[in-house]
Design a protein around this ligand. Structure first.
Ligand SMILES: *Cc1c(COP(=O)(O)O)cnc(C)c1O
Length: 417
């Protein structure tokens, strides 16, 4: 049974929305992007949403907006996708990596220890859609000693007057904390709409602003939109109108706007995200949970607790007490049955680019531990019950084979997840 890892959700609604865009003859940034931004604001209740052409470009934009420059430090987890670190490097600043906790989230105590007078921002990554402990991170940022260390060196830094907390929310559209969108817990949350994400625009991303009250959100929105368009004071739609040819370039912007043809794909999905697509992902996660939780060898990912709920973007299953080699062997076995699985993530210090910069995996034992035992299973709305059952039995058999023994079901004592 061929089971892909994460195909995009393309139904008739998506096709219709894209065709509609083509027929209007307006395919770059315009009304579909505005509509997409409105849907994201509706979903998250954040103060503003700015669509861009990727998470990565959105992150670079927000770091530049905050005035991040060579010599500055940005704290990030070692366990993430490379873009988190690369966005910092693209600004000439230094990514300061810290370890994670067992729930995949950045370790707030390690963050505290890594803060220096050069620290300008923190990226917390909601791995698999599980929100980080933002209230703890914000409490650390606001500690008197930490605020005293902060040196404001740009206009925006002067207005904020503390470290900027950015959510790498690439996985967590729809995740909740305390009953509201997890995106409300940070200053800035950035989503990815890359083809494998929960909602996709083929390539794309969105910056959600949740800056404190002393920022003029309307002004920041206009400024950031201009920033995505080369710092040009008129967008293409305005210029296309008769007599609108004259424009000015106000500052050195980037060129990272989202085209309408892409926004159309995401727009059709996001309209049914909370009512259909997210509940379908959750149902699959619960089926996996039920299938695996009775076995002692499996460690389930965090899905919900009294405070947080995941967006069920990934199902990062972990196997207890195995080596990296055994994990690789299990994956080979699963893939031989035509089920595509993945690993999220290879910690950054294990990748050549970051090794060459001097980072070492030995400094991040929990990141290595999680990585070495992790297998991400397929999870997406189109997955049928028959396929889920096939995935479950394939995984269980592969683990049995690798461990060269039978794997035991837990004794019937209720163990709280
Ligand atoms: C996908 C992803 C990104 C990058 O998103 P792009 O839209 O491809 O730039 C960043 N961070 C994490 C954790 C991701 O999974």
């Amino acid at each position: 049974m061929q089971i892909p890892f994460s195909p995009p959700y393309i139904d008739q609604g998506v096709v219709d929305e894209v065709v509609d865009t083509l027929k209007t003859n307006w395919i770059t940034t315009g009304p579909k992007v505005i509509a997409m931004e409105k849907e994201i604001v509706k979903l998250t209740s954040t103060k503003a949403a700015i669509c861009v052409n990727s998470w990565t470009s959105g992150a670079i934009l927000m770091l530049k907006w905050f005035g991040i420059k060579p010599g500055d430090e940005v704290i990030i987890p070692a366990y993430t996708y490379c873009a988190t670190a690369l966005s910092v490097l693209h600004c000439g600043a230094t990514p300061v990596m810290v370890d994670i906790n067992r729930d995949f989230c950045i370790d707030p105590e390690a963050v505290y220890k890594a803060i220096t007078p050069k620290t300008k921002a923190i990226f917390a990554v909601d791995i698999a859609g599980w929100p980080c402990d933002y209230s703890k991170l914000m409490e650390i940022i606001n500690r008197r000693g930490v605020k005293k260390l902060f040196r404001a060196e740009s206009l925006k830094q002067t207005v904020l007057n503390r470290i900027l907390l950015i959510a790498d929310a690439a996985h967590s559209l729809g995740a909740k904390t305390n009953g509201h969108a997890a995106a409300l817990e940070s200053d800035v949350a950035i989503f990815s709409f890359h083809a494998v994400k929960n909602v996709t625009t083929a390539e794309g991303g969105c910056i959600c602003l949740n800056l404190p009250g002393n920022f003029d959100i309307d002004a920041e929105y206009k400024y950031l939109k201009m920033y995505t368009l080369n710092g040009q004071n008129k967008n293409a739609l305005e210029k296309a109108k008769g007599g609108g040819w004259r424009y000015d370039i106000l500052f050195q912007g980037l060129k990272i706007n989202m085209p309408d043809i892409c926004a159309a794909i995401g727009l059709a999905q996001i309209k049914k995200y909370e009512t259909l697509l997210l509940p379908m992902r959750k149902a699959i996660a619960l089926k996996y949970k039920k299938a695996f939780e009775d076995f002692e060898v499996f460690e389930l990912p965090p899905l919900f607790d009294h405070k947080r709920e995941s967006s069920y973007h990934l199902f990062p299953l972990r196997i207890k007490n195995i080596t990296e080699q055994q994990r690789d062997q299990i994956i080979d076995d699963i893939v031989s049955k035509e089920v595509v699985v993945n690993v999220h993530f290879v910690p950054l210090p294990m990748l050549t680019c970051f090794k060459n910069l001097g980072y070492s995996i030995h400094d991040f034992p929990m990141s290595y531990n999680q990585y070495s035992r992790e297998i991400s299973l397929p999870i997406y709305p189109q997955l049928s019950d028959a396929k889920i059952e096939f995935i479950v039995s394939t995984v269980i058999n592969a683990v049995k084979n690798a461990m060269a023994s039978k794997i035991e079901k837990k004794e019937k004592i209720e163990i709280a997840f």
